[in-house]
Every structure is written in structure tokens, then in C-alpha cells.
Write a new protein. Structure first.
Lengths: 173, 208
């Protein structure tokens, strides 16, 4: 590589690769419904608390496992979660190389004759929370291979980053 | 995740041309432009409110929400896109935010349309394409991205055409044989492996 400028383009595989050693790994598009489905099951507040959770819990404002209350009150949550569960089953057997089952679900709601924008907003909200907090969240803040990428590849070169990922890449307070 | 890595490396970044996001307080040449072409789960549409005993004054002091067509659906466009600082503040917006809604993120489907603040994201996307087309020379590294069609993702499709024309080294990294074949056709130097395999082979602190 010869230029003083570097354009770095990141897809879902980059986040997965950056955390390839994690127990919970960032999903590719073909496994997105499965990821969300597992997250919903792991954080469902109607399920009993595990003993360890009940014994020691940091303040909710500082706890990366706390998923809040509002998501679980969102209209259509149960319907959307059921649909995502069904798509997660399809993901396990799908061999398609064109599109993904989760994409097909979103397209079916976009193209539905009756307005399904509430379903889409609900799914977007679940997606956002699953990339921010909770058990089985693959995006908790910690060092990963992106640190290595910056140190080894970028250095002090002029850098432009273009990401196709939604994940919660947040500045610290 | 990548912005957090920039933060840990003490690199200042911003989201160019995204209306409502304060620019980083740093010399322009030091700021890393981060383009998120599909939006982000921590971007919110900020809504304008105003109170007054006089309805006209309240109206004048607030900015209306525009409604726009997003294919078969209706999208809302507000005056600003808000990016809270840190995970705590982002969580607070999700939990208790009464003047924001979100995420300002593309629907995970064909066309990558948005239901929140599509004009802001379009300006951000346009700025990305303009910035890339304005580059004389740059190395390009594409990691873990699947090839896209113009129908599926018009902006990324246009971006890939611009990147293919750039002078400089071009590397594509993915374990997928079919994805690698697609990028090989547009003259990328393809490494068929995951990021983890590729990055750990690079010498520490030196360019490949």
C-alpha cells in the first residue's frame, strides 16, 4: 500500500471478524433473525431471574445487561418476535445466496397491502436494543481487533471510514 | 464498534453532513470522517417542541415534522438527527426520550429506505460519494462486505463503482468464495479469509 490516504469500508463480516473469539459473536445478515431471537429469549422480563442476577446487580444506569422497560411495552412486540422466531428457523435451513430471510421478512412488511410500518419500527427498535445492551448482546464495549486494525494498518494515515453496519458505535460520555 | 476503537486510539471522528450532529472540536485534517450509509442504532430524530399561551408564538418557535413518501410507507423528517454521547445516554433516549424517536437507520430490506429522517441520511450518503469522487489517490480496504446491486442498495453500489476507479491499492477481505470472486472481477486484490486471519499477519505498527 502506497498512499497516505486510506478508505476503509466495513460490512457485517468486519464486526464478526473483530470479535471472532467472543462467546456471542456479531451476526452476519444471514443470521440476523437468529441473533435477535436469542437476544429476545435471553432478556424476556417475563422469564424468572437467574439466581446470580437476583443476588448482585449494579445500578440500572450502569448495568450493560439491563434492557429497561419500554421495549417490552411496545405495541406489536409479540407479533414481531414470533415472526422473527419463524425467520430464525428458516435461517438454519436456508441455502440461498441472494438476499437473506430477515431481509425477505422486512420486504414483506414494506410491500404488505395493509400498513405494517409499526411492525418495521418495532423490529428496528428490537434490533437497536439488541446491539446496545442485554444478555447475548455481541456489541458490549470492549477492546477488539478493530484496535489492532487501527494500530497496524492505519497509523497516522488520513483515514475515511465507510460502514454499512448499524451497530452502536458510540462515543464515550 | 469501529468508532469505539477510534475513541480508544484517541482519534477524533464525526459523521459528515448529518444535520444536527455537532462537529468534532479538532483541526479538520485530524478528524476521521465516518460515513454510516445505513444509519445507526444510536441515531435519533429530534423533535421540536415549544410552549406558549399564544398558539402562533408556539408554532413560530418550533419546527414542523415533514412527512415524506418512503416507497409504500410514510417517513418522518425532523429538523435534526441527534447522536447521544455514550451508551448510557443512548440507553436513556431509548428508555425515556420524549422528544426523540428512532433509530435513524435503514430498513433491512431492498432499497435501504428510512422511516426516520431520510433527507439527513441522504445528505450524509451524498457527501460520502462526493468525498470519494474528490479523492485523487487512496488505498482501499473493504472488509466483510457482500457485493450489492443498485436495486438493493443504490448508494453502496455507486460507491463501489467510485472505489473501483480510484488510483491506489485495493484489498478485499472475506472468507466467502463467491464474494471474493465478485470483487476479483473489479480488480481488487482478494484475500479469502476472515479479518482476524488477515490483520494478525500484518506487522505491528507498519503498513502492509
Amino acid at each position: 500500500m502506497t498512499s497516505d490516504s486510506l478508505v476503509l469500508v466495513l460490512g457485517a463480516g468486519a464486526s464478526l471478524g473483530a470479535r471472532h473469539c467472543s462467546a456471542t459473536r456479531p451476526p452476519l445478515g444471514a443470521g440476523l433473525a437468529g441473533y435477535i431471537s436469542r437476544w429476545l429469549r435471553a432478556n424476556d422480563p417475563s422469564r424468572p431471574l437467574r439466581i446470580a442476577d437476583a443476588m448482585l446487580h449494579p445500578p440500572a444506569s450502569e448495568c450493560p445487561l439491563y434492557t429497561g422497560e419500554e421495549l417490552w411495552r411496545v405495541e406489536h412486540l409479540a407479533d414481531v418476535a414470533d415472526a422473527i422466531d419463524r425467520v430464525a428457523d428458516q435461517e438454519r435451513t436456508s441455502t440461498s445466496t441472494v438476499g437473506t430471510p430477515f431481509e425477505a421478512l422486512m420486504n414483506s412488511w414494506v410491500d404488505a397491502e395493509d400498513d405494517r410500518s409499526d411492525y418495521i419500527r418495532c423490529a428496528q427498535r428490537i434490533l437497536a436494543m439488541s446491539m446496545l445492551v442485554g444478555r447475548e448482546c455481541a456489541f458490549h464495549e470492549r477492546p477488539d481487533l478493530f484496535d489492532e486494525l487501527l494500530a497496524r494498518l492505519v497509523g497516522r494515515r488520513r483515514l475515511m471510514v465507510i460502514s454499512l453496519n448499524y451497530d452502536s458505535c458510540l462515543r464515550r460520555p | 464498534l469501529f468508532e469505539e476503537a477510534l475513541d480508544r486510539a484517541k482519534r477524533v471522528f464525526n459523521y459528515p453532513a448529518l444535520e444536527g450532529v455537532a462537529l468534532a472540536a479538532s483541526p479538520a485534517s485530524d478528524v476521521v470522517p465516518v460515513y454510516k450509509l445505513h444509519g445507526s442504532v444510536n441515531w435519533f430524530s429530534a423533535r421540536s417542541f415549544s410552549g406558549s399561551a399564544d398558539l402562533e408564538i408556539a408554532r413560530e418557535s418550533s419546527r414542523p415534522v415533514k412527512l415524506l413518501n418512503a416507497g409504500s410507507m410514510i417517513a418522518s423528517q425532523t429538523y435534526a438527527t441527534y447522536v447521544p454521547k455514550g451508551r448510557g445516554n443512548t440507553f436513556y433516549e431509548w428508555e425515556d426520550g420524549i422528544v426523540t424517536s428512532g433509530p435513524v437507520a435503514a430498513i433491512y430490506g431492498t432499497g435501504k429506505r428510512l422511516l426516520e429522517n431520510p433527507e439527513h441520511v441522504q445528505a450524509h450518503r451524498d457527501d460520502c460519494l462526493n468525498s470519494v469522487s474528490g479523492l485523487d489517490r487512496a488505498d482501499v480496504v473493504v472488509i466483510g462486505m457482500r457485493p450489492v446491486s443498485a436495486k438493493d442498495d443504490p448508494t453502496t453500489s455507486a460507491l463501489m463503482e467510485l472505489l473501483a476507479r480510484l488510483q491506489g491499492a485495493k484489498i478485499y477481505i472475506s472468507p466467502s468464495e463467491s464474494d471474493c470472486a465478485a470483487f476479483r472481477k473489479v480488480d481488487f486484490d482478494v484475500r479469502q479469509c476472515g479479518l482476524e486471519s488477515w490483520i494478525l499477519e500484518l506487522p505491528t505498527g507498519r503498513r502492509p
